[in-house]
Design a protein around this ligand. Sequence first.
Ligand code: 5AD
Length: 340
Amino acid sequence: MDKIAIKLNSDLTKSEIIQLLALDDFTPVYEAADRVRAASVGDTVHLRAIIEFSNICKRQCIYCGLNRDNEDLPRFRMSHEEIVATAREAVAAGYRTIVLQSGEDPWFTPEKLGAIIEDIKAIKITDIGTNEFVHPAVTISCGEMSEEDYAYLKSKGADRYLLKHETADPEAYSRLHPCGTLENRTNCLKTIHKLGYETGSGFMIGLPGQTLETIAEDLMLLRDIPCQMAGIGPFISNPKTALAGEKNGDPELTRRAVALARLLLPKANLPVTTALSIMTEEEHEQNPFAFGANVVMKKVTPDQYKEAYEIYPADFKPTDIAGDRKELEEIIKSYGRMPL
Ligand code: 5AD
């Protein structure tokens, strides 16, 4: 077994991160991440309801099934009323955060999105502790926008913004994203942070050409922004994209990256990403919360749309917003954590 002489704290350097990622036995790092998680964010696991309200996208990201060149995907947009009704149902089931995610769909102008945000923010939740009304937090995940538009959505009540940088290697970024640059992406993240959003980024593990060095850079980019949320998930090859037939990302390496993110960003909200939970379903004995994560995002997208939100292939059970939430709460409790 290799000895770790590296101090497991938030100041890790690039070469230290690379050394840790390559360890034969990662157990001490998982344990350190779990201790930092317990000390910084406690035993609460936050549940987020995600509404995937449009799969129409003007971009051509070559790993993603929603890219505009995929003609083999039925496209949809949910109406304002459907989105708000779904959010209401999620709040009634106990969710306190609504995540609105879509492709980059110009039809949803800032004005339209702003009106949806206002209606969701107006939903009332009775706080069990104080008996007072609170309102749901709203997270937006709709891609790159101008500073003006990010500011407008903030003024309408958006609390958080998720924009994954996907890879911190500028050349790989350009190859994977014919419509964008890493520089634009990081500028958007810095703007989002400057405007006072709780800021989220993230990246994929196992993209073709990725090395441990790239992953170290991905992690350091999260710290540089600095991010308050980070979604790290395995790349899953989508047969309807240019990356058909590529190898999927390694779940173990993904867990290692999440654990290191916990060390670098002790207070961050780190989800067990959907892609990771799908992959680990067969190996169920593994506690998905034992390596630093403290958030679960659950799809509440209505069934008639859910299957068409096919970023990567996956089987989804029919949605039962309240029932799914109860089931998730029980699973979280069975791992000794507190669902919220
Ligand atoms: N495999 C795994 N994750 C993917 N994403 C997009 N395409 C894939 C894929 N093929 C992730 C990206 C994106 C999020 C919505 O889904 O990280 O930000």
